[in-house]
Design a binder for this molecule. Sequence first.
Ligand code: PQQ
Ligand code: CA
Length: 585
Amino acid sequence: NESVMAEMAKPEQWAIQMGDYANTRYSELDQINKDNVKDLRVAWTFSTGVLRGHEGSPLVIGDMMYVHTPFPNKVFALDLANDGKIVWRYEPQQNPEVIAVMCCDTVNRGVAYADGMILLHQADTTLVALDAKTGEEKWKVQTGDPSIGETNTATVLPVKDKVIVGVSGGEYGVRGRVTAYSLADGSEVWKAYSTGPDDEMLVDPEKTMHLGKPIGPDSSLNSWEGDQWKIGGGTTWGWYSYDPDLNLIYYGTGNPSTWNPSQRPGDNKWSMTIMARDADTGMAKWFYQMTPHDEWDFDGVNEMILTDQEIDGEQRKLLTHFDRNGLGYTLDRETGELLVAEKFDPAVNWTTGVDMDPESETYGRPAVVAEYSTSQNGEDTNTTGVCPAALGSKDQQPAAFSPKTNLFYVPTNHVCMDYEPFRVAYTAGQPYVGATLSMFPAPDSHGGMGNFIAWDNVNGEIKWSLPEQFSVWSGALATAGDLVFYGTLEGYLKAVDAETGEELYKFKTPSGVIGNVMTYVHGGKQYIGILSGVGGWAGIGLAAGLTNPNDGLGAVGGYAALSDYTELGGQLTVFELPGDAPVEG
Ligand SMILES: O=C(O)c1cc(C(=O)O)c2c(n1)C(=O)C(=O)c1cc(C(=O)O)[nH]c1-2
Ligand SMILES: [Ca+2]
């Protein structure tokens, strides 16, 4: 989109949740740098008035900041020239019954901006376009049906004259898809399912590629038994990226339904898959399935970070992805060629690695360790000590990339689980989970449940790793000031040296941080903004008042100790350096 591209090109703004179309979460701003970051102080704060998990971040366009909340999905337009005075607020009316069909807290990963409009995709799947200046509704459209478990938590991707949206509900048997709507009036332009017949998936069996070969007819249907694909998940609740030169959008699909693998023999294509699609038509250019026949709930929806880097002496267009399954993948984003697949979490034990031999029958597939195969161990058997746990070595928390260091900065989980699948019947609008879990810190490690790591995506290596007591559920920010920022579940905002990982600053905000760090300039001065408000799957114990370690899809476990550090409550905290804006020169 021309307007989105123009707004994103201004480093003083934060015009899209991911920082840019490439999802790098990198800022050129360098007033705040590794020498002065120790002087950071709070400039102003804003309470959202909403409890539960605050994911995503504010946007900044011109003098205005846009802050969103979890359910009921309020939006505030704040005047930056006036310490955040409220210019308008939008409070949608939503049926609270939608909360019962949201798997992992009532989060929302933020609004988007395009053509003078703020785009909000509500929990109940209402997509609404608001006038950015006045908050007035321009149009709205229903993208899904909450009565069958379809909800939304993701942000949306504006591309050219369209806006692309996903759907949540893999734990309710929802069939995943992405849909493109016209930015002008909200009318539907194309829809591409994650599973099912080629025409509904927008797949061309001759032209859509998989690991260098045409995908062939009915590739999805042939990988399921019967009609299970119709209630088979593959939802699309993660982050979206876009390459304007290739005109391709990239995103991942989630877990196949149910979590009981014995109920769905086969590879369950194309759940757990990276998809590259033409932005105008939705036609699939290439797919890569990371976890065929998932046995652990390793949704493949985490962000795709697009970079141009040298690999084996050749400049290539790359896509880097940190999957829930614990492997960091590097692919050629033009062709879908698999270049690197290595563990970014030392705990990972379900696989010995991915077959990288293009001549092999099992090319591109992970080798599964029998002991940790919940499918081989079968229904009603507790498979113990699987690493990572169902929330993966990384969940929704997005990583950042700095072109100055060529490193990726990845907020990770360091958690293992016991997993017991059981037979479950499908009832529309009811949980369709089919497994019980318990989660605990990775054994034989530092005792904590997270690491914040720097990753080399060409060599597939961890450069440095900072142990954290809890999963790092916050999105990272890298800046030209040679800094990397992230938040922690206890509530800290931290700044570390991008080269060495040395901690240079920390500040305890009022609640646990699962939001993403952003930065902007106003009045010539650089600011750092972060939403706190504990929740999400890792913080659901606090968010939903759960105390039993096996509640909340088993997530509470080791996270119960969070209550020793923090409480609920949504707040934006904005940081600055002391003194006036530096004089331009
Ligand atoms: O399959 C799905 O549709 C779906 C949706 C969501 C969501 O919309 O938040 C999550 C998950 N799965 C999931 O598996 C998961 O670990 C998860 C964590 C979170 C979160 O925001 O903390 N959401 C979700
Ligand atoms: Ca899921």
